[in-house]
Design a protein around this ligand. Sequence first.
Ligand code: ZN
Length: 409
Amino acid sequence: MDAVGDLLLVDGAVAAVGGELGAPEGARVIDVGGKVVTPGLIDVHVHLREPGQEHKETIASGARAAAAGGFTAVVAMPNTDPVIDSPALVAFVAAQGLRAEAARVYPTGAISLGLAGERLAPIGEMIEAGAVAVTDDGHPIMDSGLMRLALEYARGFGVPVADHPEDLGLSAEGQMNEGVVSSRLGVRGKPNASEDVHIVRDLLVAEFTGGHIHLQHVSSRFGVEAIRQAKARGVHVTAEASPHHLLLTDEAVDGYRTEAKMNPPLRSDADRAAVMEGLRDGTLDVIATDHAPHHYDEKERAFDDAPNGIVGLETAVGLMLTHVVGKGVLDLPTLVERMSVQPARAFRLPGGTLTVGSPADVTVLDLDAPWTVDPASFVSLSTNTPFAGWELTGRAVTTIVGGRVVWQS
Ligand SMILES: [Zn+2]
């Protein structure tokens, strides 16, 4: 639906949509004339750092940063300390998410106990406790047999296996993309093959088991093409594109900039263009930020010692409106599809729609608002971003979760 009209939210659900509805007695009226109302945006890949690293982010601060970025729901990765590998810990994340009263927080559970890649975590019990997917994100599953088991179990429960595709043998001691820039800087690189090998392996294992593989943060051109071919064969695969892999290359690392250090690394411009084309043609179903907060001190270390990752929740909408919609790669409805409809579908979450009866999760976008990325203004506890100073046009101005306004600029 793409039309001018009213939206009526009652008791946490969409009650009516479209046309002139008029306000019932006692209703709160928010005039969003000239702005765009969309189903709440959903980020299926965030690191909220709680428990264990609350100096970087907490579930509450992350949920508020999400709301400030226009997201009504996020899916939290389990690589915390301790690792979320039991139903009690899954329930803890869900409970902290509810207490935040900001964006919804959906927990995931680890595939393997302690992310050790050896023994399966109790997948069924974690799903009963509220996990919406299983993943060892950050720690690739090196044992193909374990990946087979994970896909078979997860399939039985109807949830995806979210997969960080990386062959650790090929990545070795790599700290950035292996290529011209890494040679020039004298930094050890991770070749594209490190990602490609696992994307192909996991597509084949998904095909063989009939399980749902969700490939995270796809960054390589061969990887995009392998997913495209697998989809054509009918493999149950969904996949992510991250704003940084859509917009940046390994040139951003020049000067040993740790703000541009991430995993998978920023790659060549040919890879970046292939990720963009994958997003355009739908090979990559969803835009996900891989929001990865780190403390200033940690990112200030020497390049080889600095941790991977950048914060993404508060820059994604502006970056995508400016550089994906603004440059004509996607039209606005398709961007909303990649940031709301498809994320909800891939992880079988409520939301991603404004049909009557669906959750009253709504994002309001101002397409014309000019702004400059200023990390000091982030709601997130961390400021590690390579986008500081970027001038953008368009941002979320109101975020509504369950009928409650959780953010208004
Ligand atoms: Zn990852």
